[in-house]
Write a protein that binds this ligand. Structure first.
Ligand code: APR
Length: 168
Protein backbone atom coordinates (compact mmCIF):
# COMPACT_ATOMS: atom_id res chain seq x y z
CA UNK A 1 0.00 0.00 0.00
CA UNK A 2 1.48 3.31 -1.13
CA UNK A 3 1.30 6.25 1.34
CA UNK A 4 1.99 9.72 0.01
CA UNK A 5 1.30 13.37 0.77
CA UNK A 6 -0.33 15.98 -1.44
CA UNK A 7 -0.72 19.74 -1.07
CA UNK A 8 -4.17 20.92 -2.10
CA UNK A 9 -7.92 20.95 -1.63
CA UNK A 10 -9.33 17.54 -0.72
CA UNK A 11 -12.74 18.46 -2.21
CA UNK A 12 -11.13 18.43 -5.63
CA UNK A 13 -9.16 15.23 -5.05
CA UNK A 14 -10.09 12.32 -7.33
CA UNK A 15 -10.10 9.05 -5.41
CA UNK A 16 -12.59 6.41 -4.23
CA UNK A 17 -13.11 7.90 -0.77
CA UNK A 18 -12.15 11.15 0.92
CA UNK A 19 -12.25 11.41 4.69
CA UNK A 20 -13.98 14.32 6.40
CA UNK A 21 -12.74 15.74 9.70
CA UNK A 22 -16.27 16.01 11.01
CA UNK A 23 -17.77 16.76 14.41
CA UNK A 24 -19.91 14.41 16.46
CA UNK A 25 -23.16 16.01 15.25
CA UNK A 26 -22.27 15.20 11.61
CA UNK A 27 -24.23 18.34 10.69
CA UNK A 28 -21.31 20.13 9.03
CA UNK A 29 -19.17 22.97 10.28
CA UNK A 30 -16.23 25.06 9.19
CA UNK A 31 -12.83 23.99 7.95
CA UNK A 32 -12.60 20.92 5.76
CA UNK A 33 -16.04 19.78 6.99
CA UNK A 34 -17.62 22.94 5.62
CA UNK A 35 -15.68 22.71 2.37
CA UNK A 36 -16.72 19.10 1.78
CA UNK A 37 -20.39 19.83 2.47
CA UNK A 38 -20.33 22.85 0.16
CA UNK A 39 -18.71 20.86 -2.64
CA UNK A 40 -20.85 17.74 -2.19
CA UNK A 41 -24.13 19.65 -2.07
CA UNK A 42 -27.16 19.45 0.24
CA UNK A 43 -27.71 15.72 -0.23
CA UNK A 44 -24.64 15.08 1.91
CA UNK A 45 -26.20 16.76 4.94
CA UNK A 46 -29.42 14.84 4.31
CA UNK A 47 -27.48 11.57 4.32
CA UNK A 48 -25.56 12.52 7.47
CA UNK A 49 -28.72 13.33 9.38
CA UNK A 50 -29.75 9.68 9.18
CA UNK A 51 -26.86 8.66 11.46
CA UNK A 52 -27.89 10.80 14.44
CA UNK A 53 -24.29 11.76 15.03
CA UNK A 54 -21.07 9.81 15.41
CA UNK A 55 -18.76 9.33 18.39
CA UNK A 56 -15.22 10.68 18.38
CA UNK A 57 -12.89 8.16 16.76
CA UNK A 58 -15.71 6.29 15.02
CA UNK A 59 -16.50 6.65 11.30
CA UNK A 60 -19.49 6.51 8.99
CA UNK A 61 -19.65 6.46 5.20
CA UNK A 62 -21.91 8.26 2.72
CA UNK A 63 -21.95 8.80 -1.03
CA UNK A 64 -19.86 11.72 -2.31
CA UNK A 65 -22.72 13.25 -4.38
CA UNK A 66 -21.25 16.22 -6.32
CA UNK A 67 -17.68 15.50 -5.18
CA UNK A 68 -15.22 13.77 -7.54
CA UNK A 69 -14.84 11.10 -4.82
CA UNK A 70 -17.37 8.26 -4.80
CA UNK A 71 -17.63 8.18 -0.99
CA UNK A 72 -17.09 10.47 1.98
CA UNK A 73 -16.02 8.85 5.24
CA UNK A 74 -16.91 11.10 8.18
CA UNK A 75 -14.88 10.76 11.35
CA UNK A 76 -14.94 13.16 14.32
CA UNK A 77 -11.41 13.67 15.55
CA UNK A 78 -10.57 14.33 19.21
CA UNK A 79 -10.31 17.89 20.50
CA UNK A 80 -6.81 18.38 21.95
CA UNK A 81 -7.14 19.02 25.68
CA UNK A 82 -3.51 18.57 26.69
CA UNK A 83 -3.12 14.87 25.97
CA UNK A 84 -4.61 13.35 29.08
CA UNK A 85 -7.97 12.38 27.57
CA UNK A 86 -7.03 9.52 25.23
CA UNK A 87 -6.63 12.06 22.40
CA UNK A 88 -3.78 10.13 20.74
CA UNK A 89 -5.69 6.83 20.91
CA UNK A 90 -8.86 8.42 19.53
CA UNK A 91 -7.01 10.05 16.65
CA UNK A 92 -5.50 6.68 15.71
CA UNK A 93 -9.04 5.24 15.86
CA UNK A 94 -10.17 7.85 13.31
CA UNK A 95 -7.58 6.68 10.79
CA UNK A 96 -8.02 2.96 11.48
CA UNK A 97 -11.84 2.99 11.48
CA UNK A 98 -11.90 5.10 8.30
CA UNK A 99 -9.55 2.67 6.52
CA UNK A 100 -11.61 -0.32 7.64
CA UNK A 101 -14.79 1.31 6.26
CA UNK A 102 -13.01 2.14 3.00
CA UNK A 103 -11.78 -1.46 2.71
CA UNK A 104 -15.25 -2.82 3.40
CA UNK A 105 -16.60 -0.65 0.59
CA UNK A 106 -13.96 -1.90 -1.88
CA UNK A 107 -12.13 1.43 -2.08
CA UNK A 108 -8.69 1.21 -3.67
CA UNK A 109 -7.70 4.84 -3.09
CA UNK A 110 -8.36 6.93 0.03
CA UNK A 111 -7.47 10.54 0.93
CA UNK A 112 -7.30 12.01 4.44
CA UNK A 113 -7.12 15.63 5.58
CA UNK A 114 -5.01 16.43 8.62
CA UNK A 115 -7.63 15.39 11.15
CA UNK A 116 -7.95 17.44 14.37
CA UNK A 117 -5.04 19.81 13.63
CA UNK A 118 -7.22 22.81 12.80
CA UNK A 119 -10.07 23.94 15.03
CA UNK A 120 -9.38 20.98 17.34
CA UNK A 121 -5.80 22.16 17.98
CA UNK A 122 -4.12 18.74 17.97
CA UNK A 123 -0.34 19.39 17.78
CA UNK A 124 0.81 18.79 14.20
CA UNK A 125 3.97 16.90 15.17
CA UNK A 126 2.02 14.35 17.21
CA UNK A 127 -0.95 14.16 14.81
CA UNK A 128 1.22 13.54 11.75
CA UNK A 129 3.13 10.74 13.53
CA UNK A 130 -0.08 9.09 14.68
CA UNK A 131 -1.59 9.35 11.18
CA UNK A 132 1.45 7.85 9.40
CA UNK A 133 1.97 5.12 11.99
CA UNK A 134 -1.69 4.06 11.95
CA UNK A 135 -1.90 4.04 8.15
CA UNK A 136 1.37 2.09 7.91
CA UNK A 137 0.19 -0.45 10.48
CA UNK A 138 -3.05 -0.91 8.55
CA UNK A 139 -1.02 -1.38 5.36
CA UNK A 140 0.79 -4.37 6.89
CA UNK A 141 -2.29 -6.48 6.25
CA UNK A 142 -3.24 -7.20 2.62
CA UNK A 143 -6.33 -5.27 1.54
CA UNK A 144 -7.88 -3.77 -1.56
CA UNK A 145 -6.62 -0.33 -0.55
CA UNK A 146 -3.56 0.34 -2.70
CA UNK A 147 -3.00 4.05 -2.10
CA UNK A 148 -3.54 6.43 0.82
CA UNK A 149 -2.94 10.13 0.30
CA UNK A 150 -2.48 12.54 3.22
CA UNK A 151 -3.78 15.84 1.85
CA UNK A 152 -2.36 19.00 3.41
CA UNK A 153 -4.04 22.34 2.84
CA UNK A 154 -0.88 24.34 3.54
CA UNK A 155 2.86 23.85 3.10
CA UNK A 156 3.64 23.75 6.82
CA UNK A 157 1.22 20.88 7.38
CA UNK A 158 2.62 19.01 4.38
CA UNK A 159 6.14 19.36 5.80
CA UNK A 160 5.07 17.64 9.03
CA UNK A 161 3.51 14.73 7.15
CA UNK A 162 6.51 14.39 4.83
CA UNK A 163 8.80 14.33 7.85
CA UNK A 164 6.66 11.72 9.60
CA UNK A 165 6.67 9.58 6.43
CA UNK A 166 10.47 9.71 6.28
CA UNK A 167 10.89 8.95 9.97
CA UNK A 168 8.43 6.10 10.44
N1 APR B 1 -8.83 20.43 1.88
C1 APR B 1 -7.91 19.81 2.68
N2 APR B 1 -7.66 20.18 3.94
C2 APR B 1 -8.37 21.22 4.42
C3 APR B 1 -9.35 21.91 3.66
C4 APR B 1 -9.57 21.47 2.34
N3 APR B 1 -10.47 22.04 1.54
N4 APR B 1 -9.88 22.90 4.45
C5 APR B 1 -9.25 22.85 5.63
N5 APR B 1 -8.33 21.85 5.62
C6 APR B 1 -7.39 21.45 6.66
C7 APR B 1 -7.07 22.47 7.71
O1 APR B 1 -6.15 23.45 7.19
C8 APR B 1 -6.43 21.58 8.76
O2 APR B 1 -5.08 21.33 8.42
O3 APR B 1 -7.96 20.39 7.41
C9 APR B 1 -7.24 20.28 8.62
C10 APR B 1 -8.24 20.03 9.74
O4 APR B 1 -8.77 21.27 10.18
P1 APR B 1 -10.35 21.47 10.52
O5 APR B 1 -11.10 21.45 9.27
O6 APR B 1 -10.45 22.66 11.41
O7 APR B 1 -10.73 20.15 11.32
P2 APR B 1 -10.47 19.73 12.84
O8 APR B 1 -9.27 20.39 13.43
O9 APR B 1 -10.55 18.24 12.82
O10 APR B 1 -11.74 20.32 13.60
C11 APR B 1 -12.99 19.76 13.31
O11 APR B 1 -13.97 21.86 12.80
O12 APR B 1 -14.90 22.36 10.81
C12 APR B 1 -15.19 21.97 12.09
O13 APR B 1 -17.21 20.71 11.90
C13 APR B 1 -15.81 20.62 12.13
O14 APR B 1 -16.33 20.79 14.43
C14 APR B 1 -15.44 20.20 13.51
C15 APR B 1 -14.04 20.76 13.69
Amino acid sequence: MEIRTFLGDITKFECDAIVNAANTSLLGGGGVDGAIHRAAGPKLLEACRKFNGCETGQAIITWGYNLPAKYVIHTPGPIWRGGGNREEELLADCYRNSLELARDHDCETVAFPSISTGVYHFPLDKASEIAVRTVKDFGQQPSIIRQVTLVAFDAKTKEYYDRALQRI
